[in-house]
Write a protein that binds this ligand. Sequence first.
Ligand code: ADP
Ligand code: GLC
Length: 481
Amino acid sequence: MRVAMFASEMVPYIKTGGLADVIGSLPRALAEKCNQIDVFIPYYREIERLKLPLKKLNINFNLKIGSRKYNGAVFKLITDLQNLTIYFIDNYHFFRRRSQLYIKDGYDYHDNLARFTFFCRGSLEVIKHLSSSGSYDIFHMHDWQTALIGLYAEISDFFQKNSPFRIYTIHNLAYQGKFSRSHFHILGIDSSYFDSLEYWGKFILMKAGILFSDIITTVSPTYAQEIQTKEYGVGLEKLLKQNRSKISGILNGVDYNIWNPETDRYIPSNYSIDDLSGKAICKTALQQHFLLTENPTIPILSVVSRLAWQKGMELVLKVVPKLLDQNKIQFVLLGTGDPKLEQQFNELSKKYPSKVGIALTYNDHLAHQIEAGADIFLMPSRYEPCGLNDKYSLRYGTIPVAFNTGGLADSIIDYSTDANRGTGFLFKTYDESHFISAIDKSLKIFQIEHEWEQIMLRGMLQDFSWQNSADAYFKLYQTRI
Ligand code: ADP
Ligand code: GLC
């Protein structure tokens, strides 16, 4: 089976969120089952700077995007896995930018539509060349940035002949790729397609993914159900309901080669279920890093997150000061995003310098150090398609306190409901009082050392390795007729 996977980010080359983690791991896990996996991602400036051992292929293409023509090229990276290859789609103008991947100064790039239209069409151009050595059985697209691949494959004579089976994975329904009608011509397709992609006078790329795929997946079983409801459907619930027979949820896995306290190279001391002593060393180091009072008995509550509406940080800002005033906790946060939230967290650290540590940057090493050094991880997400930090926290013995939604509901066992199996604390009504009561429960149990340790150990023993998820994707690939 030959698979082409398309995404806008991938660990270890480029990352803004969990999508990159998934694309870094899933193809590797699938490589054990499929004959060949080729991953297509844009050639961003950050990737150029990695100085990877790339080979520029003798494939050049020229695409008309809107009224202008753009040249494209492709770089090939052979990986340590013989049947996994990465192709980087290049256009200097679209991808080698100094600012972030999708935004500049807090706003989406004005030409995001053109950028990812180019990426989708360019990937297909490259695939046409690569198909001389055999056609692809599967096209697997992720999120709005690659949603057009299914549509382009549908209307292309070349791909109609080969007809790859198309899988579209929704990582976050709220990011839909919405553009105004006046930009539709950029897609370079017949205007009659506008109606299929239309949404309140604009058009949405995610609709192309939903309509022009054989199978749709989301990144947890609960989210697969939630997106079919008005509350979580972000306006697409009806369309998703109509397509429910092709929707399923597969929980993301965790790459335990990267996220594992036994082997983690970024933390000051390794530890395991057999010897937890290293976690205390990590905690002291974290308190030192943030210049907090060094005290092993004060619980550290933590957050590593994009600072976006989805993540419910307003709730953290309401609850944490109260706990700080009661001298119950210390608090550390690593995150970037909404400038208003960044400012509020800054103010919090100024008000409680010995109790609060805030890092408003993107720092992979520090993310590991927080997972290892903190006691409790807060995830009051309003919705969470899968969520990875809760699963990392479980492995690091850092007990999650989270809202009962999406992939959080699918991976955390609520201690308050089942004290013998509990691995964390879930609150089920989304408001301040229910969040604080879940944290309070966790703080009470934190004082009972042996009970807390049992919860930690149960969490650390959970297995979210990619193998199960890759099996589930492979089964879907095999449903190709
Ligand atoms: P989402 O993709 O919605 O942001 P996930 O929980 O799936 O949420 O994944 C977030 C990923 O991004 C995790 O690997 C997390 O450690 C990482 N991350 C988020 N913010 C930062 C940051 N400021 N610094 C380092 N890593 C971060
Ligand atoms: C999205 C979701 C997150 C998920 C990640 C990877 O960014 O917000 O919940 O874990 O994709 O699938």
